[in-house]
Design a protein around this ligand. Structure first.
Ligand code: DGY
Length: 326
């Protein structure tokens, strides 16, 4: 293949790097184990034919224009691509790709892990043990909520929401979902019912978010929505931080308006909203939804394949602005 200039904004699993090396004969990569600063990114993208980036890189108009006219593809090493200025990329006929599908199971499992941890106070127990506070079995120690047989509300029934819902089978739950489209698989397999957001919030004990971040989902869950929830409700967010108004969440948790929450993503990531880390009724994970070896390798391979196919002027496996391929 003809030699191209390729820039990778952070080290990803070897499998993706090797594929790019083999197919394109080389690449440049961020040498630091950290996100590039804006000016570093602007300098790095100059004259590149392809950019492989992470969700932590803000690929805005300034960065895209700084790349210059050779840039043909921006391959996101993530399912979400709200960090990329899609309009500018599309105007410049730059193909933008992402890695959906391969991370659905890992992310759904993370949501389950968080949900169980919040419902059964697993993290509190761990801290308690490490501090040597355990004095033996206690009838009233760390009383949580059972999950089996409860009402599970899934907000966003795309790939990840569907996997998450299917995993509820063993827990014999009453499943409600809110989505733009009817999800036949969830309806057939677990008898899930499509309901309005309001009904879901009012009826569910466990509420899990699986929507992408966009202007419609920004602060989808705020003060008004917390007011609708049951005092036994637990909110799980493995989607994107800004889907939840975290100041409203802090108030809901502080005032015991809901039982708990479990978060993998944050409104001002990596910063924590004031008050969040002081609350005992929230479990905090470090954006690890897709963090399994298999999944990260699958993402690296897919991001590399998308980039290579676009450079070869072939249809990438996942393109989020297909109009530029026409
Ligand atoms: C994504 O891909 O969008 C996740 O948040 C990280 O894997």
């Amino acid at each position: 293949m003809k030699k191209f200039n390729i820039y990778i904004t952070r080290k990803i699993p070897e499998i993706g790097l090797k594929l790019i090396q083999k197919e394109c004969g080389g690449y440049q990569i961020n040498p630091h184990n950290r996100v590039l600063k804006k000016q570093e990114l602007i300098k790095a993208v100059k004259d590149q034919d392809a950019l492989l980036c992470l969700l932590t890189d803000k690929i805005d108009k300034e960065v895209i224009l700084a790349a210059g006219p050779k840039l043909k593809v921006i391959s996101a090493y993530s399912a979400g691509y709200e960090n990329i200025d899609l309009k500018t990329a599309t105007d410049k006929r730059i193909v933008v790709t992402n890695t959906p599908g391969v991370l659905s199971i890992a992310t759904a499992e993370t949501a389950w892990a968080l949900m169980l941890a919040a419902a059964r106070k697993i993290v509190d127990g761990d801290l308690f043990m490490r501090k040597g506070k355990f004095k033996g079995w206690d009838p009233l120690l760390f009383l949580g909520q059972e999950i089996s047989g409860k009402t599970l509300g899934i907000i966003g029934a795309g790939r990840i929401g569907t996997e998450f819902g299917l995993m509820s089978k063993g827990f014999r739950m009453n499943v409600l979902y809110n989505s733009n489209k009817v999800n036949n698989l969830l309806e057939k397999e677990i008898n899930a019912k499509k309901v309005s957001l309001k009904t879901l919030l009012k009826k569910s004990e466990l509420i899990s978010l699986h929507v992408p971040l966009n202007s419609k989902t920004y602060h989808l869950i705020g003060k008004k929505e917390f007011a609708l929830m049951k005092p036994t409700a637990i909110l799980i967010n493995t989607a994107r931080g800004p889907v939840v108004d975290e100041n409203a969440l802090v108030m809901a948790l502080k005032n015991k308006k809901i039982f708990g929450a479990a978060l993998d993503v944050y409104e001002n990531e990596p910063e924590l909203t004031l008050g969040l880390s002081q609350l005992p009724n929230v479990v905090l994970a470090a954006h690890i939804g897709s963090a399994t070896t298999q999944t990260r390798e699958a993402m690296a391979r897919l991001a590399a394949e998308n980039l290579i196919l676009a450079l070869k002027k072939q249809k990438p496996k996942n393109c989020v602005n297909p109009e530029v391929l026409e």
